[in-house]
Design a protein around this ligand. Structure first.
Ligand code: FES
Length: 86
């Protein structure tokens, strides 16, 4: 489990094992576009503002990742806290 902060929304919430960041966002009333929910379509893309990501998608390039892009439908965090531009 780790904590995610949705910076633009001012919401911080725990992400339990087995639950996606995107589901946590939706459960907290955020509206985030999604399509595949499997890390392949690119629809849910957002940007990391702080924290260490554990990328699990198959759509972002290394360059995208270096620029902070992140797919919250499948990817997680290795740090205790991840701050996203959502
Ligand atoms: Fe398709 Fe996240 S919803 S990559």
């Amino acid at each position: 489990e780790f904590e995610v902060e949705f910076a633009r929304s001012g919401v911080t919430a725990a992400v339990p094992a087995g639950t996606s960041i995107l589901d946590v966002a939706t459960d907290n009333g955020l509206f985030v576009l999604r399509s595949c929910s499997e890390g392949v379509c690119g629809t849910c893309e957002t940007v990391i503002l702080d924290g260490e990501p554990e990328h699990r998608d198959s759509v972002l390039t290394e360059e995208d990742r270096e620029q902070g892009c992140f797919m919250p439908c499948v990817s997680r965090a290795t740090s205790a806290r991840l701050v996203l531009d959502l």
